[in-house]
Design a protein around this ligand. Structure first.
Ligand SMILES: *[C@@H]1O[C@H](CO)[C@@H](O)[C@H](O)[C@H]1NC(C)=O
Ligand SMILES: *[C@@H]1O[C@H](CO)[C@@H](O)[C@H](O)[C@H]1NC(C)=O
Ligand SMILES: *[C@@H]1O[C@H](CO)[C@@H](O)[C@H](O)[C@H]1NC(C)=O
Ligand SMILES: *[C@@H]1O[C@H](CO)[C@@H](O)[C@H](O)[C@H]1NC(C)=O
Ligand SMILES: *[C@@H]1O[C@H](CO)[C@@H](O)[C@H](O)[C@H]1NC(C)=O
Ligand SMILES: *[C@@H]1O[C@H](CO)[C@@H](O)[C@H](O)[C@H]1NC(C)=O
Ligand SMILES: *[C@@H]1O[C@H](CO)[C@@H](O)[C@H](O)[C@H]1NC(C)=O
Length: 913
């Protein structure tokens, strides 16, 4: 933001300078240039939008002296046109090298920004305008490779090719040949360079550090990668350095010196890392510091307190820590401070903010801040946004909060705040649009008299606020986008007015209440803009409500819906998460689920569905999790799903979780098929990043409503059914237990390198345990129990340093049990029911005269020795009963916010559907 205002500021100063130099003199323009200009103008359609683009329109009425036309300047001696500013002139049309523009050979200043050149290439004839010192083609729909000829413009002081975007905001221009290095070597006089959204897609060349005239450098979202050359920070005149949104660009901050003139330093959404150096306090001109969403860590140095000109301090989504921060008190110019999503452990909201009376935005959410809700904060009466959510604040919310008359956003969700909150307190806050109080220990009291005006909210988060009925004032909340009333004690019917209250409702969260039905029956859910609907864990009966076509998330787990899944779901092409689990749905599986190409999570677990799983799946679909366990699905799985797909074109490129347990599948185990699933094979790569980015987008930007991602797994151990709810951002599991799969487990299973849970128990598998399982070094749970496996337990399995759960009981295994590492922690229940097994922990000793009992040959140990890491893994075991087919009654909702191990766990109450 600061960079764009600097931009505007510098632009207008150049404009004024030229204007005053030139406009005070009268001269007649040259006829050839007059004609060239008229011809240039006539080569475009003027896309008139009201009266916003008068420039070229006025030309005719301003006479024949083009030197007096708006947007044109001539040299006072020669009368040549030397300046042309047609920015924002609503020009529409193509341009090429034969354009009459290039007959204006004396141009020094050319600004065509903010027009629509209809995806033209930048004409190579631009290189003939060799006197140009200023060239601005930003935001004008220029596309493809920037011509080599641009690098001939060696007099350029300012070059702006930024923001040439298509209609879906993708960059259109590319810089390959010439590349950035060519530009840097030839355009040595450049002071200002803005290539934002130009596809540079290379590392930053060292030559850039020789451009000693540079004052302004902006490379936003240019696909830069590699390491940022540190000496660019030291360029003597540099004032603005903005490298935002190059997420593969790495680097760290150097030692700064006192002669450094930086005013704007923005590296947000890159992979810059390391600590903020103490010498950052030397940047005495710094006004804007944004390192959001990088990999910074360590303490924030107290020298930050030296940056007394700072307006904006944005450090969110890093790993910064600190126990106190007295140094903020010096930053008296601060307007915005954002420390969200870090590891700060302040014992109170830093009191050093109390004197910063210009503050408009404070966001300290998602840290570990303790203490009381600060009453002094109500003195900061300019505040518009206050975010303290997801910390450990306790005590009450002071009613003096009503002094913050300008407050638009108040987020205090996920704290330990308690006491009675009078809703009336918020009625003083006339600007309040977003209020999130959810998941504290509040009792919200709403006794609003009807004659009070209530702000029209956009977002209301009242989850877990001890509500016993629907707040009546909601009837008039016609502008609500997001409403969360989950985890309250509201019972009975869902009133029909709540569904008609706002035409723009995007998200409605009513989970974990005691709703039994809808007041009014309907065929299609009557909220036309709904993206997110959560009705999970109520007592809703009857047929499944059909959401509107706009829906992205539809969650109704843990109710008592019956009947078939309506075929209308086949038309919901936007659906990303569909969770119908743990209801009483019956009928045939909808085959069209395989064609819903936006789907990420499909959870139909724990119903009574019949038939085959979908036979065709969209190639390259986005599915990350398929859960169809505990149904009556059958068929020869292998036959239905094995479709010829070229090796390079993965059928399920993103799939990481498949649960088909507790069904009636028969046939050979489809392991070789899974082994071609890209995502399970490469967990560390792009997929993980994709998922994180996606979740972050949803959680932080779109929906503040807590949402549950169904990442829990069941596994049989010691004959008991357990649920493991591992809270992980990246989770990868195959559960085919409790079916009738036969045949051998093939060695290709070793390709599923990212796999964390493999459950093949309770089938009729034969043959040996493949040694290749030893390659699945991420495996944390392996259950092969209750099969007909033979042979020895491969010693290679001792490589599995993370293995916490292991079960091969009730097979026909023989020989000695491997020793060492994790294997020393497993109990005899892991091995029981195999008459031929011997050695610890079983009581049967091995007889080494018997060749069967001899230990298998030792593998060459290559695995890295990571012991003690196990402590990091916190499987949550929930005992659930015995045998196959037992119903699961616990849902773990988890919310993942960052790319680091930031997660939040909420265990909701048990419910047996
Ligand atoms: C650099 O500029 C010189 C002279 O201005 C020109 O001859 C040369 O082609 C330019 N180099 C590139 C890579 O454009
Ligand atoms: C981060 O940058 C990448 C491009 O490098 C972009 O696609 C993504 O949307 C950005 N993320 C955020 C949160 O702005
Ligand atoms: C604070 O700034 C002054 C000059 O403005 C400088 O002399 C001093 O070294 C700085 N302190 C730190 C810790 O950076
Ligand atoms: C406040 O700034 C002054 C110099 O501007 C510096 O000497 C002092 O140490 C700073 N105080 C804190 C708490 O950072
Ligand atoms: C807040 O304002 C009140 C009265 O306006 C004043 O008495 C109090 O000292 C202020 N608190 C802080 C921390 O500035
Ligand atoms: C609302 O009505 C009550 C009486 O019903 C009255 O005491 C109060 O002053 C009224 N408030 C406003 C803002 O009109
Ligand atoms: C909601 O249901 C739970 C579980 O059945 C019950 O304990 C509770 O009393 C019910 N609450 C209300 C308000 O009906």
């Amino acid at each position: 933001m600061a960079s764009s205002s600097t931009h505007v500021y510098l632009l207008s100063s150049v404009f004024l300078m030229i204007f005053f130099q030139l406009s005070s003199h009268q001269q007649l323009c040259r006829k050839d240039e007059y004609l060239a200009l008229m011809q240039f103008k006539d080569s475009f359609v003027i896309e008139r939008q009201a009266s916003t683009c008068p420039k070229v329109d006025l030309w005719k009425s301003q006479g024949v002296d083009c030197c007096s036309w708006e947007g044109i300047w001539c040299d006072q001696n020669t009368s040549h046109v030397i300046g042309l500013d047609l920015s924002s002139s609503c020009l529409f049309g193509s341009i090429n090298s034969s354009s009459s523009l290039f007959r204006l050979g004396h141009l020094q200043y050319l600004n065509l920004a903010l027009n629509n050149f209809n995806f033209s290439k930048i004409p190579s004839a631009m290189g003939n305008l060799s006197r140009l010192t200023y060239l601005n083609l930003s935001g004008s729909f220029f596309s493809s490779q920037i011509p080599l000829e641009i690098s001939k413009l060696s007099n350029l002081a300012k070059l702006d090719l930024s923001f040439n975007l298509d209609y879906s905001h993708q960059g259109l221009l590319e810089l390959k040949r010439p590349d950035l290095n060519n530009l840097a070597q030839n355009l040595t006089k450049l002071e200002w360079l803005d290539l934002s959204f130009v596809g540079i897609n290379s590392p930053i060349p060292k030559a850039l550090a020789n451009m000693s005239s540079l004052t302004y450098l902006h490379f936003g979202q240019c696909g830069l990668f590699g390491k940022f050359p540190t000496n660019i920070f030291q360029l003597p005149k540099l004032r603005v350095l903005d490298l935002d949104n190059n997420w593969q660009l790495s680097g760290s901050f150097p030692e700064f010196h006192s002669h450094n003139q930086l005013r704007v330093l923005d590296v947000r959404n890159t992979t810059f890392f390391g600590e903020l150096p103490v010498s950052i306090g030397m940047l005495s001109s710094l006004e804007y510091l944004d390192v959001s969403s990088c990999n910074f860590s360590g303490l924030v140095p107290p020298s930050i307190g030296n940056l007394t000109k700072l307006h904006v301090l944005n450090l969110p989504n890093n790993s910064f820590r600190g126990e106190n921060a007295p140094f903020f008190s010096n930053l008296t110019q601060l307007i915005q401070i954002n420390l969200k999503l870090n590891q700060f452990t302040f014992s109170e909201v830093p009191f050093s903010l109390a004197s910063l009376t210009h503050l408009i935005k404070i966001d300290l959410s998602f840290n570990h801040i303790t203490g009381h809700f600060p009453s002094w904060i109500t003195n900061l009466t300019d505040l518009r946004q206050l975010g303290l959510g997801s910390n450990k604040l306790q005590g009450s919310l002071p009613s003096s909060i009503s002094r913050l008359k300008n407050l638009e956003t108040l987020f205090v969700y996920f704290n330990n705040l308690s006491g009675i909150v009078e809703f009336d307190t918020f009625l003083e806050l006339k600007s309040l649009k977003s209020l999130e109080l959810g998941f504290n220990n509040f009792s919200l009291v709403i006794k609003t008299p009807t004659n009070r005006t209530i702000p029209k909210f956009k977002l209301l988060g009242l989850a877990s606020c001890n509500l016993r009925e629907f707040p009546d004032f909601l009837r008039n909340q016609s502008e609500l986008n997001i409403l969360s009333l989950g985890s309250n004690n509201i019972h009975g019917q869902i009133p029909s007015w709540i569904l008609n209250m706002s035409a723009n409702l995007w998200a409605l969260e009513l989970s974990h209440n005691n709703f039994t039905s809808f007041e009014e029956s309907f065929l299609v859910f009557p909220c036309p803009s709904l993206l997110y609907l959560d009705l999970s864990f109520n007592f809703l009966k009857g047929s499944l409500p059909i959401p509107p076509l706009s829906i992205l998330f539809y969650l109704v787990s843990g109710n008592m819906f019956t009947g078939e899944i309506p075929h209308q779901f086949c038309n919901m092409t936007s659906l990303q998460v569909l969770d119908l689990s743990h209801n009483n749905l019956s009928g045939m599986m909808l085959q069209c689920f395989g064609n819903l190409s936006s789907m990420l999570v499909l959870n139909l677990e724990g119903n009574n569905l019949h038939g085959l799983i979908p036979e065709t799946w969209e190639t390259g679909n986005k599915l990350e999790a398929i859960k169809m366990g505990q149904n009556n699905l059958h068929g020869r799985f292998y036959g239905t799903i094995s479709i010829e797909v070229p090796e390079t074109n993965f059928l399920f490129p993103k799939l990481r979780i498949i649960d088909l347990s507790n069904n009636r599948f028969v046939g050979t185990l489809p392991i070789d098929f899974f082994a071609r699933w890209n995502a399970m094979a490469n967990l560390d790569g792009e997929n993980a990043i994709y998922l994180q980015a996606y979740k972050r987008y949803l959680m932080v930007n779109l929906l503040v409503v807590p949402f549950q991602f169904p990442y829990s797994m069941t596994i049989t151990n010691k004959g008991e059914k357990m649920e493991y709810a591992k809270i992980l951002e990246v989770f990868s599991a195959v559960d085919l237990s409790c079916n009738k799969f036969d045949g051998e487990i093939l060695e290709v299973v070793g390709n599923l390198k990212g796999l964390q849970l493999l459950n093949l128990s309770n089938n009729i598998l034969v043959g040996p345990i493949p040694t290749a399982l030893g390659y699945l070094t991420n495996l944390e749970a392996l259950d092969l129990s209750q099969n007909k496996l033979t042979g020895r337990i491969p010693t290679q399995l001792t490589r599995l340093n993370f293995l916490a759960v292991f079960n091969v009981s009730h097979n026909h295994l023989t020989g000695s049990i491997p020793k060492g590492k994790q294997f020393d922690t497993f109990e005899n229940s892991s091995f029981g029911g195999n008459l031929g097994l011997c050695g610890m922990p079983l009581s049967r000793q091995c007889n080494y005269y018997n060749s069967e009992d001899l230990p298998p040959p030792s593998p060459t140990s290559k695995g890295n020795e990571v012991s003690g890491l196990l402590a990091e893994f916190s499987w949550k075991l929930v005992l659930l009963g015995y045998g196959c087919g037992f119903l699961i009654g616990v849902v773990i909702g988890n919310i993942v916010f960052t790319r680091k191990r930031e997660w939040f766990l909420k265990t909701f109450r048990n419910r047996h559907p």
